[in-house]
Design a protein around this ligand. Structure first.
Ligand SMILES: Nc1ncnc2c1ncn2[C@@H]1O[C@H](COP(=O)(O)OP(=O)(O)OP(=O)(O)O)[C@@H](O)[C@H]1O
Ligand SMILES: [Mg+2]
Length: 248
């Protein structure tokens, strides 16, 4: 479903991605972890076609997106939803209009059909009664939920999440994880997350990959994380070198 082969990306003299290869299974929840600055967001930008890698292959549903023109990329993007780190909502558009935006951009539908899609997605994230508010009138957690509704609006096969819970309190974080779990269970899409939220990662992921030194330094299941002897993975999940693995 998503296959990366030997992907490289350098900015100036800084090599950020140094030969990334992996496969993401269709219908799975996969999380890329790694310390701040390890290149998680850079990796995500290559996978959604926002930037081109210097070399390597990125197959999305069997198609190498690296060499696609922006028009061809647009066709692929129709099947990809993205929840950006800051939500990236349009401040001057209401909740409803934010969710309708990609629908209007990609599909030729009647106003009534657009409304129906918006209703379904806002109901799914529990925000239907807030549909006429502006992003500034929402809490941080609500903005993430609007972002999720918008990411799901086109009924995408793949949804990418960049740090979906950063900056939220533990209760709101839990709400977002429940929504991620719920929407994944309802629609069985492929979810790819980038996160440093240790507890959440263990809870919702089928597969975890650790980005380090520009490569996938470790990958495995949450169960394998709990029993791994890999020092960097243990350190990441415990915050200390020899402590027990914390499980929420
Ligand atoms: N457009 C760019 N131009 C130059 N350098 C960049 C660019 N984007 C990212 N970098 C560099 O690439 C490295 C990885 O950045 P990235 O944003 O992917 O980190 P990250 O793993 O997402 O970190 P965080 O967990 O803090 O979000 C950083 O050193 C950053 O300065
Ligand atoms: Mg980042």
């Amino acid at each position: 479903m998503i296959v990366l082969e030997d992907v490289h990306k350098t900015y100036g003299r800084q090599k950020v991605l140094d030969g990334i290869s992996f496969r993401i299974r269709e219908g799975s929840v996969t999380t890329v972890i790694g310390t701040s600055g390890s290149g998680k967001s850079v990796l995500l930008r290559q996978m959604i076609g926002l930037e081109k890698p210097d070399s390597g292959t990125i197959l999305i549903k069997g198609e190498n997106i690296v060499n696609l023109s922006s028009r061809e990329l647009n066709r692929i993007r129709r099947h990809i939803g993205v929840l950006f780190q800051e939500g990236a909502l349009f401040d001057s558009l209401t909740v409803k209009e934010n969710v309708a935006f990609p629908v209007r951009e990609h599909l030729k539908l009647t106003e009534k059909q657009v409304q129906e899609i918006v209703d379904v997605r806002l109901t799914q994230v529990g925000l239907r009664e807030h549909q006429d508010k502006l992003p500034a009138e929402l809490s941080g957690g609500m903005r993430k939920r609007v972002g999720l509704a918008r990411a799901l609006a086109l009924d995408p096969a793949i949804v990418f999440f960049d740090e979906p819970t950063t900056g939220l309190d533990p209760i709101t974080r839990d709400v977002i994880y429940r929504l991620i779990e719920k929407t994944h269970a309802e629609d069985s899409r492929t979810y790819v997350l980038v996160s440093h939220d240790v507890g959440g990662v263990l809870r919702i992921s089928d597969e975890v990959m650790m980005l380090r030194d520009g490569k996938i330094g470790w990958s495995g299941t949450p169960d394998e994380i709990r029993s791994t002897s890999d020092e960097a993975v243990r350190q990441f999940f415990t915050g200390s070198v020899n402590g027990p693995i914390r499980i929420e």
